[in-house]
Design a protein around this ligand. Structure first.
Ligand code: ADP
Length: 481
């Protein structure tokens, strides 16, 4: 079985969020299960040197305003197909945004080109390698199924995975004339989204199967509250929609061997975490008393992540003797408010604004609990890292958070199956109550440690989910649809 992934980011090469972790890890597990995956990515600056050393498998004089090459290269165990089109992708800074923080004005051309090339390789292959299935990820690859659809019946089957329905790739239709997309596709059942061209909408309309990254999110996106205008078409396609939970790379995220931790540890040597906590306290300028739990946050700072609610609950958190170490970046106003909170609660709240992979590992390995009060969360990865690192996830009951954390309510505690704390609705009051419950549990060392050990034993690898994707590919290949 051969599958072509088309995506806009991939860890460890280029990452802005969870999508990259998935694209960097899932193909490796699929490979061990007999599925051959190639990953098509744009050759951003971080990947251009590598592109210079690979095998050129396609060349074009003009792809939306400049020359383009497709280069096959292997790195970090992944077989990559890099779309090297400097006029589209060789730009400094954020891969989606210009220096002023706005979307690049030609994102429709950039990711239209990626999708177009994905569909070409889907149909004709690359240097003799022809995929059975094309698997498009998120809006940036959303036009792949549309191009396959308009090419006719010999096209391979396609899967679209929605990693976050909030990002849809919407563009004014008049600037899309040069995407080589047939006008026939611009209908309300097709690529049109309230008068705009919707890349994700096109993907949903024209792919053979749709997946989201957790079963609960798959149900949620069919409802108006979560579907962001796409709930109608998703309800129509509910027979083709399923949720497959994300896993994590358990080699990269392993507390027993993580180079970012001063002390490595296992479920049997949890006491060693204290040394890591001391390092977190030092890095975040926190007082070193350990009467209360140390909460951490590793997140984009956006309304989706519900961290404005955390700002409102800080007096309660600090009042209970707990501490907070926050690593994040995003919304400028929220960044400023957290920095202000760190001044107000010196020694109890520490804030580092930025993106720092190694520090995110230290926070998982040195904190007692991780706070994830998201208003919606397709899957979420940081709670999975938390489980693996014996860092109790305190999560909103939504999407993948609901599917991966077992709430420490009385029944679960008696049954001995709790792994974290869930709360609903997503309000500051409910978050405050969840923080209070966590602080109470922390002060019962036996119950607390049992919960950490259970979390660490929870299966978070890709094994099971990769099998679910393989089964989906098998079904499509058998049906030829
Ligand atoms: P999303 O994709 O919506 O941002 P996820 O929880 O699925 O949320 O994935 C976020 C990923 O990005 C995780 O791997 C997390 O550790 C990482 N991350 C988020 N913010 C930061 C940061 N400021 N520094 C380092 N890693 C971060």
């Amino acid at each position: 079985m051969k599958v072509l992934f088309v995506a806009s980011e991939c860890a460890p090469f280029v990452k802005t969020g969870g999508l990259a972790d998935v694209i960097g890890a899932l193909p490796l597990t699929l490979k061990s299960q007999g599925v051959e995956v190639r990953v098509m990515l744009p050759a951003y600056p971080a990947l251009r040197e590598m592109a210079g050393q690979g095998e050129v498998v396609r060349e074009m004089d003009d792809l939306h305003g400049g020359p383009a090459r497709l280069v096959a290269v292997t790195a970090e165990g992944l077989d990559l197909l890099l779309l090297d089109a400097p006029h589209l992708f060789d730009r400094p800074g954020n891969i989606y945004l210009d220096a002023t923080g706005r979307d690049w004005s030609d994102n429709h051309l950039r990711f239209g080109a990626l999708s177009w090339m994905g569909a070409q390789v889907g149909m004709d292959g690359a240097a003799g390698w022809v995929p059975d299935i094309v698997h498009a990820h998120d809006w940036q690859a959303g036009l792949v199924p549309a191009y396959l659809h308009q090419s006719g019946s010999s096209a391979p089957s396609s899967v679209l995975t929605i990693h976050n329905i909030a990002f849809q790739g919407l563009f004014r239709p008049e600037i899309c004339g040069n995407l080589d997309l047939s006008g026939d596709l611009f209908t309300s059942d097709g690529a049109e989204y309230f008068g705009m061209l919707g890349f994700l909408k096109a993907g949903i309309a024209f792919c053979d199967r749709i997946t989201t990254v957790s079963p609960t999110y798959a149900r949620e996106v069919m409802q108006p509250d979560f579907g962001m205008g796409l709930d109608g078409i998703l309800r129509k396609r509910r027979g083709d929609l399923s949720g497959i939970l994300n896993g994590i790379d358990t080699d990269m995220w392993n507390p027993a061997s993580d180079a970012a931790l001063p002390a490595s540890y296992t479920a049997e040597t949890l006491a060693k975490k204290r040394k890591n906590r001391a390092e977190v306290e030092k890095r975040f300028a926190l007082d070193a008393d350990t009467d209360g739990p140390l909460f951490c946050v590793v997140s984009r700072l956006t309304t989706q992540k519900g961290l404005d609610l955390l700002l409102d609950t800080l007096p309660g958190l600090v009042g209970r003797g707990a501490k907070l170490a926050l690593l994040g970046s995003g919304d400028k106003d929220m960044e400023a408010r957290f920095v202000g909170a760190a001044h107000r609660y010196t020694g109890s709240v520490g804030v580092i604004i930025g993106y720092d992979e190694a520090l995110s590992h230290l926070l998982q390995g040195g904190s007692d609990a991780i706070l994830i009060p998201s208003r919606f969360e397709p899957c979420g990865l940081t709670q999975l890292y938390g489980l693996r690192y014996g860092t109790v996830p305190v999560v909103a009951r939504t999407g993948g958070l609901a599917d991966t954390v077992i709430d420490a309510n009385d029944a679960a505690l008696v049954a001995g199956c709790a792994t974290g704390v869930q709360f609903a609705p997503v309000t500051a009051f409910a978050l405050d109550q969840a923080i209070e419950r966590t602080c109470d549990l922390y002060r019962q060392p036996e119950a607390w440690e049992a919960m950490l050990r259970r979390g660490m034993a929870h299966p978070v690898s890709w094994d099971q989910s990769a099998r679910a994707y393989r089964d989906l590919y098998d079904t499509l290949q058998r049906n030829g649809s």
